[in-house]
Write a protein that binds this ligand. Structure first.
Ligand code: MOS
Length: 734
């Protein structure tokens, strides 16, 4: 039996089989089954596919100027190198869109928009020969003066077309209310560009079988990526299969098809051989994408007892000319705190710097660095405890549109965090706690991340031997999707975990929205839920009972006093259901977000300005936690990202040439173990029945949101230095 089951969520979903928890696997901290495969080399990454085949290797030649035109590309010497097969110069080849919202590939017209732009591909018998010959390609440019300094160009910023949110969100009369407010704050923060730089560098392997292209890649949104690649190559989507079952991290840097995929496909066609391309770490920095730098002015006006009457957040971000994406840095300010008069704006500056795109919690992650620092500054001005100040501005409903919150435990997260962290021991006056040469301080911030939900499909098959298989083109970028989908199917169908297998990352399987925006587990999981409901109905029908009368446990169906094993029940005929989940009115009619609170203790060296993180606690509430361990690990990742954001991470652009100066992990400083103390993450019990049939909300990007501000607020409390230019390197603290 092969059927479909579709569910559009127009009403909140009440209790489900997941709440009964008969199989007792949902929510549990089950280990990722592919984890050991990944760390022991048994889970092949994109580049490791087709072992033993006679493949060719490609190496990209990147622009060495930041702005201008390519006049000529001389490939003679490269082509005459022994072992070189061809040099691909193809109009289709340069950068394809890395932004999933913009599937149009950028075509080559000779224009160079940033340093590190891919120009051509040298294809050879080995990676080493290709890399070597790439150095022999001579490119002649007409170099133009570039736009490399977003801060200096701020005056030229313009209103971008709407993206993830409108460029401007306003309510009431902000200017008047701000002018009249008893207490005001007007501060500007800057944050630098950051690199996604996931552990696995971008790679693609292409092989043609007649008209059909099979591409092994490492992309987050396989269903979307097929369309992007088809468009870039000018072929039909149905002729492309993308395979990406194991991905070594993404953070948004692998949302879109990259030039390596387009190049590999063209080169494989030209040479008649499969072609492999792996970017070097330097190329990942120079040619994939970045998080935009930001300039953020926050203005708060309040009554003397700390009620916000005016809240303003004006943000400017940058991107390469013609690229539509802007980082929605003001997004959390729209819904986080009350205030009758509001004004949140986004401006964009065109720069000759690498494409900026979504990076982990695009919007909140950087926006909250400014907002949550400003809240700390304002609390001090008002003589209020930072938690109390936030409590006084807790809105009853979404302050912009008036939509009810589907669930919101922000205050509970702050209170629970304060209790666990010992917030009452905080000295209000900065610089008053000292241990030898170390100044000690604690700080807090809130966390919020909009809950995004997408349509998703998955096929679940209950086989005649009583095992289940889940198939969807969802991806797992290291977040735990495989395991979470396994848990949902096991709980829904009453099967032990080891009798459920999950296949992900094959584009031909039912369409899922992929890994992005923290929607993955909730959206793909809901489609698995819907498919399983279809199977439960089919089982109920066979037993002539209602689905509600069925208890499913350990591969058996129990109805009344009858217990029937699936093997017996199915009698040789499997049940397969393709489930499709669609967010409906339940989603549209409520404001949905996950919430949390961060608490940080730092020690700042009084002589060197060095900051050491001592303790970091995040309390989060994100609806039902589907896997306690993978959810916690996502939050650890966010916390560590936040430490880097606060203290070290910064892409430095050479203002003469547009070169990304610190284009590797030796020079671009992310936290290492010695920088990270014992981290603590606590989840509050929550069910959000309007957010999905699973009653969960997004968690992947929750912890990175706001956490850097908890660190910098702690630095202020330690030493009284309020640096508004991230990261807080020692020179700025001293
Ligand atoms: Mo995320 S930045 O949508 O991978």
């Amino acid at each position: 039996m092969d059927t479909t089951n579709s569910f559009k969520m127009d009403e909140p979903v009440g209790e489900t089989r997941l709440d009964r928890g008969v199989q007792d696997v949902i929510g549990k901290g089950v280990d990722r089954f592919e984890g050991p495969l990944k760390v022991s080399g048994r889970a092949p990454y994109a580049y490791e596919n087709l072992p033993g085949e006679k493949v060719a290797y490609g190496f990209m030649v990147l622009s060495t100027v930041g702005s201008g035109k390519v006049l000529s590309i001389d490939t003679m010497q490269a082509r005459s190198t022994a072992g070189v097969l061809t040099v691909v110069l193809d109009k289709r080849s340069p950068r394809a869109a890395a932004d999933p919202n913009d599937p149009a590939p950028k075509t080559a017209d000779g224009a160079v928009t940033h340093y590190g732009q891919p120009l051509c591909l040298v294809v050879a018998e080995s990676f080493e020969v290709a890399r070597d010959a790439a150095k022999l390609v001579v490119v002649e440019y007409d170099t133009e003066e570039g736009r490399y300094d977003p801060l200096a160009l701020q005056g030229e910023a313009y209103v971008p077309p709407p993206g993830a949110m409108p460029a401007e969100t306003k309510k009431g009369d902000f200017e008047a209310a701000f002018a009249q407010a008893a207490v005001t704050l007007d501060v500007t923060y800057t944050t630098p560009s950051q690199s996604h730089s996931a552990m696995e560098p971008h790679a693609a392997v292409a092989r043609w079988e007649g008209k059909k292209l099979k591409l092994y890649g490492c992309y987050q949104l396989v269903s979307t990526n097929v369309g992007q690649l088809a468009k870039a190559l000018g072929i039909s989507k149905s002729d492309i299969e993308i395979v990406a079952p194991f991905i070594g991290g993404g953070f948004g840097g692998k949302l879109g098809i990259g030039p390596e995929a387009v190049f590999a496909a063209i080169a494989a066609q030209e040479t008649g051989r499969p072609v492999k391309i792996a970017l070097t770490r330097q190329q990942v920095f120079q040619t994939t994408s970045r998080r935009s730098d930001t300039i953020q002015r926050v203005r708060l006006g309040a009554t003397t007892d700390g009620v916000i009457t005016a809240i303003g957040h004006d943000t400017t971000t940058s991107n390469t000319p013609g690229d539509e994406f802007f980082e929605p840095a003001g997004i959390s300010t729209v819904f986080l705190y009350a205030g009758e008069n509001r004004r949140i704006t986004h401006r964009k500056t065109d720069v000759n710097i690498l494409l900026s795109s979504s990076m982990r919690a695009p919007g909140e992650a950087v926006g909250m660095l400014a907002l949550e620092n400003a809240m700390d500054e304002m609390a001090e001005k008002l003589g209020l405890d930072p938690i109390e100040f936030r409590r006084r501005n807790e809105p009853d409903a979404d302050p912009q549109e008036g939509l009810p919150f589907s669930s919101r435990k922000l205050v509970e997260c702050m209170d629970e965090g304060a209790r666990r962290f010992g917030w009452d021991r905080r000295n209000e006056r900065p610089g008053t706690r000292r241990e030898g040469e170390w100044l000690i301080g604690i700080g807090m911030s809130t966390a919020s991340r909009k809950n995004l939900l997408q349509q998703s499909s998955a096929k679940v098959t209950l086989s005649a031997d009583g095992e289940a298989q889940v198939e969807t083109n969802m991806t797992d970028i290291g977040t735990g999707t495989y395991t979470i989908l396994q848990q949902i199917a096991a709980e829904m169908l009453g099967l032990p975990l080891d009798r459920v297998t999950v296949r992900l990352g094959h584009s031909g399987d039912p369409d899922a929205p992929g890994s992005g925006g923290s929607w993955g587990a909730n959206s793909a999981g809901s489609s698995v839920f819907v498919a399983c409901e279809g199977i439960v109905e089919a089982i109920a029908k066979k037993l002539k009972v209602k689905p509600d009368e069925l208890t499913l446990k350990d591969g058996t169906a129990i109805a009344g006093n009858r217990q029937t094993s699936y093997v017996e029940l199915l009698a040789g005929e499997p049940i397969a259901v393709t489930g499709t989940f669609k967010p409906g009115k339940a989603f549209q009619n409520t404001h949905q977000a996950s919430y949390g609170a961060h608490f940080c203790e730092v020690a700042v060296n009084a002589y060197t300005g060095e900051t050491r993180i001592r303790r970091l606690l995040t309390v989060g509430a994100a609806g039902r936690i589907l896997n306690e361990k993978t959810a916690r690990s996502q939050c650890f990742g966010g916390q560590i990202f936040g430490i880097g954001t606060a203290l070290t991470e910064e892409l430095v652009v050479d203002k003469r040439s547009g070169l990304m100066v610190n284009h590797d992990l030796a020079e671009y400083h992310v936290p290492v173990n010695a920088d990270v103390p014992q981290l603590e993450v606590v989840f509050l019990e929550e069910r959000d029945h309007a957010a999905s049939p699973l009653a969960g909300k997004g968690i992947g990007e929750l912890a990175i949101s706001g956490v850097g501000a908890a660190v910098t607020n702690a630095i202020y409390n330690a030493c009284g230095v309020r640096v508004r230019d991230y990261p807080m390197t020692l020179d700025k603290v001293l």
